[in-house]
Design a protein around this ligand. Sequence first.
Ligand code: NAI
Length: 547
Amino acid sequence: MVSTANVQHPADILRGPALLDDAEHSKGTAFTVKERAEYGLEGLLPPAVETLDRQLERVMEHLDAKPNDLERYIYLIGLEDRNETLFYKTLMSDPARFIPIVYDPTVADACLTFGHIYRRARGMYITRDMKGRIAQVLRNWPERDVRFVCVSTGGRILGLGDIGANGMGIPIGKLQLYTACAAVPPDCLLPVLLDIGTTNEALRADPLYLGLREPPLPQAELDALVDEFVEAVLQVFPGCCVHFEDWKGTDALRLLPRYKDKILCYNDDIQGTAAIGLAGLTTALEIIDAPLTAQRILFFGAGSAAIGNANLMVSAMQAKGLSLDEARGRISMFDINGLIEPSRKDLNEWQKVYARKAAPSRDLLATIETFKPTVLIGVSTKGGAFNQAVVEAMSKLNERPIIFALSNPTDKAECTAEQAYTWSKGNALYAAGVQFPEVILNGKTFHPGQANNFYIFPAIGLATYVARPRLLTDACFIVAAQASADQVGPEMRAKGMLFPGQGEILEMEVTTATRVAEYMFDQGLAQVKRPRDIRAWIEGQLYQPHY
Ligand code: NAI
């Protein structure tokens, strides 16, 4: 079935060049002879009338001719500016091929060079200078039925640190994945860059930088600005879900509890990452037939991704019978200043609960030898930190060590798939934040998993789009994690895969969204009437890229 986004007709409003220039409604060379006559398009297009599939063929030719993925990214964003339907037709024709171009890892290059590759504005830029009138500014957005605002300050983009307004590539890319992966209609999605200034002096000095050239706001002023922003979003777009993305870790951890029990919102770096970590861990433990409650989990990195993962794992362990203290006791963390332990003076309130009674240490290997982790999770942005000695130490302690190198982009991964499999002699249950190629070791082929939250957040988005919940609780993310794990069949597990394949991503997201929506109905979170067949009801609301 076609979403309302597709059937709306612009002819009454737009004609001639204005219609051709309107990306949401333009069909380019696919306007029929009758439409060309009706909408004043005669003579403005070459005579051939093409199908969407023929147009897709041309797009593929253009993409094949591009020298690298950044150029493909630039081309695809330009295509979205000209013809949104064709853009999504392209992405949805082969998500596994296009996700790494519109999102990680290519989006990292796109963000780093954002001011240099900029063509035209997309989404909204809300700046600190708009304080007091943010609602008025949001009203400049042409769509009224905005269901998701994905907002970043650019304060911690992937593993690239603070890149200020250049971070806009992330909310844009994240929301594109709502549609490309889970068929959420694109016209209800609004990417926002909340420009609070940046610590990045090199960027502030770059003549082509497009953001405010000021240091970031102090915390109290930032929080007041975010309060106003959130209120304004809800006032201008009632029922909208606020998706926080790639904020500085401490801002993310401080702000999520401020809103999560009051308004419809989530932080993907904390909750989405946690769910995908839990999903991968669930599958890995099912492969080795070991209970979650018996694991010792060491996080390398203790920022928002580590805390989010740890908290969700603790909740999952509690659900399986451990007390809060017992569950927390199964987790340890190690960050840029070493082991998280009680004598450290630099710990924030979220880290303190994971401080392990042990002597201070800045030596990861020594920490592994004393804590004896069964699971090692890298969320540090420190590429290569899991060296041969680290992987071998994990392998000595565990027949099947579970090693996740989640940092993005590619060069930040704590170890590559090849390293993990080689150094563990093929025994590691491994996942990375990016998709590494298959590894062949002693004649056996390993398929490294990509622990990327795109297995979770588009499905959460789709469930939220249809069920319109009051809130997104942590349990919604646990349900999504289990749904993801349940979709990794025995054959996939035998190849070392910890996550569903990317080939059938829409099918997978719909399955997960169905489970999450069911949960929302069961818990009284949903604000629409429960349909008899939830899956069929969701399928009927999926965006389809056709004219
Ligand atoms: P963050 O900035 O909040 O935390 C980074 C942590 O790493 C801090 O605790 C810091 O002390 C630690 N760290 C930095 N350098 C270190 C070093 N040399 N040795 C030990 N620890 C070090 O960042 P956040 O949000 O926690 O993200 C971390 C990484 O995880 C990023 O690369 C991000 O792209 C990745 N990530 C991956 C996701 C996925 O789906 N695979 C999802 C979310 C984040």
